[in-house]
Write a protein that binds this ligand. Structure first.
Ligand code: ADP
Ligand code: MG
Ligand code: ZN
Length: 475
C-alpha cells in the first residue's frame, strides 16, 4: 500500500505594530518582565479594549497579498480557556466572522507550481509567557507579550509533502516581511506554526484522522516533524491500529512527536461574540487604498526579474526571497552590472561570506556598486575570474574598492604574451615526463600544466592565453 500525506498549517504571526492590539502598551521585545503592561492587557475587571487600527490594516494587507476576500463586516469573539499566562480567562480572537477568507499562495516545488488555499486569516491577541527556569518550586509569568497582535493564517489541507509545507512557510514569511507586517523571526517566536497532518492511501478521496503537531519553530523542523509524524502514522496503520485525533508536541532534541492531549481532553472553547468590542466595519474605499499601497510582492518580482533581466527562474526566485536581497541585486545592475554575472556573485561568493559570519544582506557593508566595478575589471581583462574571487573577499572584508585592492596587492592579470611564454617554457622544461605522457595521449595532463603555470604566476596569468600557448607548444 502506498500512502500520501494531507497537511494543513496554522501559522501565527506577530504583527509589527508599535503598540498592543487593545491597549497602548509597547510591543518591544526583550524588555524587563511585566514592564510593558496595563490594566487592559493584564485583564483587570472593568476595563475596555479598543482595537489598534494599525493591526487591522496589517491583517487586511496580508489578506490582500494572499488573494483573500476582505470582510467589510467582521467580529471578535472570546475563546475561553484557563491558563496562567492568560489572566482574563479568555483570549480575544475571531471565530465565525474573520477579517480575511478564501485566499491562496503559490509555491514552486520540483519545478511545479502548487496553489495552497488559505481558509482564513484572523486577528487575535497573544498570551503571556510562563517561565519555569530559575524559580525553584514556583513559576513566573511575564505579561509583556500578552496583548501583542497576532494573525492566525489557516491553510486548506492542500499540502502534500513536508517539503511543500516548508516552501509554503517560506513563501508566507517572505510575503509578511515584504509587507513589513511581521519580522518573521522564528527563533524569537514571532512566526510560529502548528501542523495538522493525516495520511491516506494514494487514490482515496476522504481524509484520514489528523494529528496536530505543535511547537515547530524553524523551516527545518517543519520538514523534520512532518516526516516523523507521517512515518509514525503509516506504521500505526500498517500494524492494524488506528490513528487517533490528538495534539502532539514536536521535541526537536529527540526528533520525535509525542502525544500531548487526545480528543477527549480537547478544549471546549465556548466561543461567543466579544461584547466589549463593536463589530468591525471596513469601508471598501480603505481596502482599495491599502491595495494600492501594496509593494511589489515576491512572485511578481520574481517574474519580473526573469523577464526583465533574463534570469533563470531559480535565480529570480532566490534573489526575490528577501526584499533587501532583491534591492541589492537591482542596485548592482542599475550601476551597470551584467544581470546574470551579478546574480552569480550574489548567490555564490557574497552569500557564502555572509553565511560564514551569520549575517543578513542588511548587515552587508559592501555596496552593490562595488561589485559592479569589480565586474568591469574582469570584463576589461584587468583581472581574471580566479583573481576576482580573492579581490571580492578582500573587498568584502575591507570595503575598499576593487581597483585599490588590485593596485595594492599587485593582482593585475598578466596578458603580456612574452611574460606568459617564459612561465610556460619553464614549466615545460621542468616536467619532461609529463610532457612525454601528454604527447602520448594523456590529455588530462593539460590541467596539471595550467596549474603549475598559475602557481608560478601567482594566479595572475591570463588563463585563455595560457591555454592557447600550452596547446601550441605541446602539439
Ligand atoms: P482546529 O481549530 O481544531 O485546529 P481547523 O478546522 O481550524 O481546526 O483546522 C485546522 C487545520 O487542519 C487547517 O489548516 C486544515 O487545513 C487542517 N486539516 C483539517 N482536516 C485535516 C486532515 N484530515 N488532515 C490534515 N489536515 C487537516
Ligand atoms: Mg488547530
Ligand atoms: Zn496594556
Amino acid at each position: 500500500m502506498r500512502y500520501e500525506a494531507v497537511i494543513g498549517l496554522e501559522v501565527h504571526a506577530q504583527m509589527l505594530t508599535d503598540s498592543k492590539i487593545f491597549c497602548g502598551c509597547s510591543t518591544r521585545f526583550g524588555s524587563e518582565p511585566n514592564t510593558q503592561t496595563c490594566p487592559v492587557c493584564i485583564g483587570m475587571p472593568g476595563v475596555l479594549p479598543v482595537l489598534n487600527k494599525k493591526a487591522l490594516e496589517f491583517a487586511i494587507k496580508t489578506g490582500l497579498a494572499t488573494n483573500c476576500r476582505i470582510s467589510t463586516y467582521s467580529r471578535f469573539a472570546r475563546k475561553n480557556y484557563f491558563y496562567p499566562d492568560l489572566p482574563k480567562g479568555y483570549q480575544i480572537s475571531q471565530f465565525e466572522l474573520p477579517i480575511c477568507e478564501h485566499g491562496y499562495v503559490e509555491i514552486i516545488v520540483d519545478a511545479e507550481i502548487r496553489r495552497i488555499g488559505i481558509t482564513r486569516i484572523h486577528m487575535e491577541e497573544d498570551a503571556g509567557k510562563n517561565i519555569h527556569e530559575g524559580a525553584g518550586n514556583y513559576s513566573f509569568v511575564d505579561l509583556n507579550r500578552a496583548g501583542i497582535p497576532l494573525m492566525e493564517i489557516v491553510s486548506e489541507p492542500d499540502i502534500r509533502t513536508p517539503k511543500e509545507a516548508a516552501e509554503y512557510m517560506k513563501k508566507l514569511r517572505a510575503i509578511l516581511r515584504y509587507l513589513g507586517v511581521c519580522d518573521g523571526n522564528m527563533e524569537q517566536g514571532s512566526l510560529r506554526c502548528d501542523a495538522n497532518v493525516s495520511i491516506r492511501p494514494v487514490g482515496q478521496k476522504e481524509y484520514g484522522t489528523r494529528a496536530e503537531v505543535k511547537n515547530i519553530n524553524s523551516f527545518k523542523f517543519v520538514e523534520k516533524a512532518l516526516e516523523y509524524e507521517i512515518k509514525r502514522q503509516i506504521k500505526v496503520i500498517e500494524e492494524g491500529r488506528k490513528v487517533i485525533q490528538e495534539t502532539r508536541l514536536w521535541d526537536s532534541n529527540k526528533g520525535i512527536t509525542e502525544s500531548m492531549r487526545g480528543k477527549e481532553e480537547a478544549h471546549d472553547y465556548r466561543y461567543f461574540p466579544e461584547p466589549d468590542l463593536v463589530p468591525i466595519t471596513v469601508e471598501q474605499k480603505w481596502i482599495n487604498e491599502i491595495k494600492a499601497s501594496l509593494p511589489e510582492l515576491p512572485d511578481a518580482k520574481s517574474k519580473r526579474f526573469a523577464s526583465e533581466y533574463g534570469l533563470p527562474e531559480y535565480d529570480a526566485d532566490l534573489l526575490t526571497s528577501e526584499k533587501s536581497l532583491a534591492e541589492w541585486f537591482e542596485a548592482a545592475v542599475k550601476a551597470g552590472g551584467q544581470p546574470k554575472a551579478v546574480a552569480n556573485w550574489i548567490m555564490g561568493e557574497l552569500t557564502k561570506l555572509l553565511n560564514e559570519e551569520n549575517k543578513s544582506i542588511e548587515e552587508c557593508q559592501l555596496k552593490p556598486k562595488q561589485l559592479t566595478e569589480m565586474l568591469k575589471l574582469m570584463d576589461n581583462g584587468t583581472i581574471s575570474g580566479k583573481i576576482a574571487k580573492t579581490v571580492f573577499e578582500e573587498m568584502y572584508k575591507t570595503c575598499k574598492d576593487a581597483e585599490t585592492i588590485v593596485k595594492e596587492k599587485g593582482l593585475v592579470q598578466i596578458s603580456d604574451e612574452s611574460a606568459i611564454e617564459k612561465a610556460v617554457d619553464e614549466v615545460i622544461s621542468k616536467n619532461p615526463k609529463e610532457v612525454e605522457r601528454f604527447k602520448a595521449g594523456d590529455e588530462k595532463l593539460l590541467g596539471f600544466f595550467v596549474g603549475q603555470i598559475m602557481k608560478l604566476t601567482k594566479g595572475k596569468a591570463n588563463p585563455q592565453i595560457v591555454d592557447e600557448m600550452l596547446k601550441k607548444k605541446l602539439a
